[in-house]
Ligand binder design. Structure first.
Ligand SMILES: Cc1ncc(COP(=O)(O)O)c(C=O)c1O
Length: 405
């Protein structure tokens, strides 16, 4: 089938809730993906952070193949070996918490929100404070938790009990708390919000405040989790421990999985009959998760994420010297945001034509979430294409201005 035929098939049979590019991707390997016509793209935004080890990491592929031959799915009526092993690996690498498994980031947040409600139940505390510009998913509660009105549009009335405050503003949280507040929920680095990094003092003060007021601190680590920031989890940059963290995206190396890790005394509230997921914790997804963690350790990828993030930042600073299009660069490990002085949608399209995949968020912020296996050569190549892209953008704008005169 040709690209045009596949697009026509989608138009007839797939609901049009995504803005798709007219490209059919058929294969991925490491930091590259390939389309139906055989074109190669350097993927600096692999699977919206799902393919954290790049496309088709050999260790993940082997683990999936082997597990698929033994047991793909077994329901949670029974125990299975990969689920227990993955839970132990996550618990040991975090704060000794207990895991619940599901299939996506929104579901993980949904579970965390439900758990918070159960914790607050006896005292009739149910309110959750979240941040402006946050993104927590598209299910009803996770969408409501998301502090962006564009995500809510058309879905009112929303789930009651959510209050939004500006990110990195401790006083705003303090003022928003009342006797019915049970949790504060935030991303340690806002991804969709434009790579906004939580200040150290802010997080420490939040932890202290939550302890004083007996409020849960929930970190949405769906994007920051599993090593991308140079540590296993984003909270580990802050010398504090949240009560619940939520995970998804990179955890399955491309296979759909979500999880929460909760402190044992909090986890107690999720008793049989309160919450469940049919697919959650299935052997196939958990085997992939185990392989992801093992690959990160065996190949020293936490260190690589930190080194390559710094390298990319340095190269971007050099590029910033040469163009007025870059206003600011923010990064922690391989979560990289390039704030532009102009809207970035056209720039992302030009880059794609030149074989580089990046993302545009919040109108003027280029987001790059390269795989943790990325090399300095691949970053050099990405920056070179970005530099050419900026030049072409400037030429196009100039031509348009001349034509308009
Ligand atoms: C921080 C964060 N939380 C939650 C989600 C929702 O995850 P999913 O799309 O897997 O439901 C996302 C997705 O982009 C995210 O970035």
């Amino acid at each position: 089938m040709q690209t045009s035929e596949i697009i026509a098939q989608y138009e007839k049979t797939v609901i049009g809730n995504y803005n798709r590019l007219p490209i059919v991707i058929t294969r991925g390997q490491g930091c590259y993906m390939y389309d139906l016509e055989g074109r190669e793209y350097l993927d600096m935004f692999p699977g919206w952070a799902v393919s954290g080890l790049g496309h088709c990491h050999p260790k993940v592929v082997d683990a999936i193949r082997q597990q698929a031959g033994e047991l793909i799915h077994i329901d949670n009526t029974f125990y299975n070996i990969p689920q227990g092993k993955l839970a132990q690996m996550l618990s040991e690498r975090s704060f000794g918490g207990k895991c619940f498994f599901c299939n996506s980031g929104a579901e993980a947040n949904e579970a965390a929100i439900k758990l918070a409600r159960l914790v607050g139940g006896e005292q009739k505390r149910y309110k959750i404070i979240t941040m402006e510009k946050s993104f927590h998913g598209r299910t009803f509660a996770s969408m409501t938790a998301t502090g962006q009105s564009k995500t809510h549009a058309g879905f009112q009335p929303l789930v009651p009990g959510f209050t939004y405050v500006p990110f990195n503003d401790f006083n705003a949280v303090e003022q928003a708390i009342d006797d019915e507040t049970i949790a504060v929920m935030l991303e340690p680095i806002q991804g969709e919000g434009g790579i906004n990094i939580a200040d150290e003092q802010y997080i420490r003060s939040l932890r202290q405040l939550c302890d004083e007021r007996n409020i849960l601190l929930i970190f949405d680590e769906v994007q920051t989790g599993l090593g991308r920031t140079g540590k296993w989890f984003g909270y580990q940059h802050y010398d504090i421990t949240p009560d619940i963290i939520t995970l998804a995206k990179a955890l399955g190396g491309g296979v759909s999985i979500g999880a929460i890790i909760a402190k044992p005394d909090v986890a107690e509230y999720l008793k049989p009959g309160t919450h469940a997921s049919t697919f959650g914790g299935n052997p196939l997804a958990c085997a992939a998760g185990i392989a992801v963690i093992e690959a990160i350790e065996q190949d020293n990828l936490l260190q690589n994420a930190e080194n390559m993030g710094q390298y990319c930042n340095d190269k971007l600073l050099e590029l910033k010297e040469k163009t007025h299009l870059i206003k600011n660069i923010r990064h922690r490990g391989l979560m990289i945001g390039i704030e532009l002085t102009v809207a970035c949608d056209k720039i992302v399209s030009i880059a794609l034509e030149k074989g580089l995949r990046i993302n545009c968020t919040q109108h003027n912020i280029i987001r790059m979430l390269p795989a943790m296996i990325v090399t300095a050569e691949q970053i050099d190549k990405a920056i070179e294409i970005l530099s050419d892209t900026f030049e072409q953008y400037e030429r196009t704008v100039q031509q348009e201005q001349e034509q308009a005169q």
